[in-house]
Ligand binder design. Sequence first.
Ligand code: C2E
Ligand code: MG
Ligand code: MG
Length: 238
Amino acid sequence: QPKFDIRAGRVTAVEALVRWQHPGKGMVPPGVFIPFAEQTGFIRNITPWVIDQALSDLAEWRRQGIELIVSVNISALDLMNADLIRQVSQQLADYDLQPAQLCLEITESALMNDPETAQQHLEQLSALGVRLSIDDYGAGHASLAYVRDLPVHELKIDRAFVSAVDQSPRNAAIVWSTILLCRELGLVVVAEGVETASEIEWLTTHKCHLLQGYGIAKPMSSDRLLNWLSASKAVEAP
Ligand code: C2E
Ligand code: MG
Ligand code: MG
């Protein structure tokens, strides 16, 4: 799914959102199988595969003259896995990509079980040059200590607050204060779940950096992305 950079006036990043094409059940959304994969530990196989797919797409797009940043969602179990750092570093080298072209999205709840180990691993990923993002910000057990202490580059405001931000004074207060917080801390701020033209207008006026949501584009298969980008003129021609 594209992430539109308001200042640049184009799509500068994408988020990898996994789907399971099941032979009988059809398309299974991640909300259905990721929680089980986390419980059973099978997420340890899924995450490296998703990162590999994402980096492979990035390398292909670069060959076609399009430079993007790709975000991948990682779970609590991934954060506890010390091998993740070595593995990510190897995968970046295999595709000859810069670490800053990869962004890992973490939810606040993934940090809660063992915040010290999580912080240690995030420091190592950050030292590698990989970008880090707090996903669904505000929806979980939001702690400003995470924002203060973790080496994150980006904060994604949860859809619950972005939805109807132009109509709900309470959502507007939360989103605006979060944009200001990010500005003061030097973080990139992303609005998730942007759907309507008036939400886009509000977020543009209030200097949000990046927009993601059906109002920009729904998630699409990676082989459709370049066509969509050129059709929507959301990226500069190579
Ligand atoms: P997320 O990372 O917060 O991703 C955003 C979700 O919101 C996606 O749902 C996306 O399709 C949906 N979305 C985007 N724009 C809009 C909008 O304008 N309106 C509405 N109603 N929804 C919008 P999706 O793809 O079903 O993914 C759900 C969650 O599953 C993700 O939330 C993420 O936490 C998890 N997930 C997805 N892919 C992976 C993965 O590869 N690994 C892991 N560990 N988790 C994943
Ligand atoms: Mg995400
Ligand atoms: Mg999210």
